[in-house]
Design a protein around this ligand. Structure first.
Ligand SMILES: NC(=O)c1ccc[n+]([C@@H]2O[C@H](COP(=O)([O-])OP(=O)(O)OC[C@H]3O[C@@H](n4cnc5c(N)ncnc54)[C@H](O)[C@@H]3O)[C@@H](O)[C@H]2O)c1
Length: 348
């Protein structure tokens, strides 16, 4: 039987259900325990998944059967639980974003390094089949000079969503709004696919929600280090919410993705596999979503990422998405916020 890494979940709120389902489906990982500071919520969750609930964080960390943890607390609390977890020798899968600022994200990366535990940052969209096909085509140089790399995240979150938990829409615990919480997956794909930004200029605004400190809409213009230009349109105010789009265009080809479906895949030099990629890619795998409802996603991306982390732990190698990769989207988004605040372009 394949070796299984034993996981515990910290924070048994909305996304934890996805972690539990992904762990149950993973071939090389399993859920053994949970902890939430709302003890009754943890007990109910533990009962549903037939695992144990720790009565205190100290007891959870002292549980030697737990080899790795997933962090599913509000974002601004990721570091507060990750640092002691790393010190207790637990490997970590940390939900996006790593934390609300670059400094706090770096503290998690440093603590994991110092304690010699493996850190993986959740960005499950990177594990999509279409994204991987596109990454391969980019790495093979099929686009030539990159020209435009842009994304539209015209999503929708109701007022009730923001009202559903006190931390949502706050700078301290959410770290930002439409960008830092929802669109960060797609911003991450942009830097993963097209490389790091050189400079950004942006506007942000709060157009339709009340009682939140953060933006529900943002528009940014990016100049990338590879010379390409691009735009990021991000919102949680666009009813009813369309699937996210990413469009990458080079001098020799252009590709358009909607979620993990390939809408256009065209190159001046056609390869034999292109027709099949177009035919199969258009169907997608139904892996993503969340355009109008945060829970309208399935666990397949998390399953792939958990299996990758468990494989890294078992075979003592780096996961595909280590902490350093997880900080890249946080860096760009913090630059967008700074530009919107100061009215000036921000260089990286
Ligand atoms: N990858 C994705 O697609 C995805 C989707 C949704 C949320 N998320 C991320 O998951 C995280 C949690 O979001 P959510 O929507 O599940 O939030 P939530 O409010 O539904 O759940 C958070 C849980 O953490 C618990 N908690 C708070 N402080 C704690 C502490 N100190 N120790 C232990 N437990 C504590 C709360 O009691 C609550 O049960 C956020 O960082 C969010 O960005 C990721």
């Amino acid at each position: 039987m394949e070796q299984k890494v034993k996981f515990g979940i910290i924070g048994t709120g909305a996304i934890a259900a996805m972690h539990a389902a992904a762990l149950e489906a993973a071939g090389n990982a399993e859920l053994v325990a949970v902890y939430d500071k709302a003890v009754e919520r943890a007990q109910k969750f533990a009962g549903d998944h037939k695992v144990r609930a720790a009565e205190s964080f100290e007891a959870f960390l002292a549980d030697s059967e737990i080899e790795a943890v997933t962090i599913a607390t509000p974002t601004g609390i990721h570091g507060a639980v990750a640092l002691p977890a790393a010190a207790a020798g637990k490997h970590i899968l940390c939900e996006k974003p790593l934390d609300v600022t670059l400094e706090k994200s770096d503290a998690i990366i440093k603590a994991c390094h110092q304690n010699n535990v493996t850190l993986a940052a959740v960005f499950q969209s990177r594990f999509g089949t279409a994204v991987q096909l596109l990454k391969k085509a980019i790495d093979a140089g099929r686009f030539g000079q990159m020209v435009l790399a842009s994304t539209k995240i015209h999503w929708f979150r109701s007022q009730q969503y923001y009202d559903s938990a006190g931390w949502r829409g706050t700078w301290e615990l959410d770290g930002g709004g439409a960008l830092m919480n929802q669109s960060i997956h797609t911003v991450d794909l942009l830097v993963y696919l097209n490389g790091s930004p050189a400079e950004v200029f942006a506007y942000t605004d709060t157009l339709t929600h009340t009682g939140i400190e953060v933006e529900d809409t943002a528009a940014a213009v990016v100049k990338f280090k590879n010379g390409a230009l691009g735009t990021i349109e991000a919102s949680t105010s666009c009813a009813p919410g369309f699937p996210r789009q990413i469009e990458i265009s080079g001098e020799n080809g252009s590709v358009l993705l909607e979620d993990d479906r390939i809408l256009r895949w065209e190159f001046t030099e056609e390869l034999p596999e292109d027709a099949e990629i177009r035919a199969n890619g258009a169907a997608g795998e139904g892996m993503y979503g969340g355009a109008g409802d945060p829970m309208a996603i399935n666990y397949e991306g998390h399953r792939r990422q958990i299996e990758d982390l468990a494989d890294a732990i078992i075979n003592k190698k780096s996961p595909k998405l280590p902490g350093q990769e997880g900080r890249r989207a946080v860096e760009l988004i913090c630059g967008i916020y700074e530009s919107a605040r100061t009215g000036k372009p921000v260089k990286f």
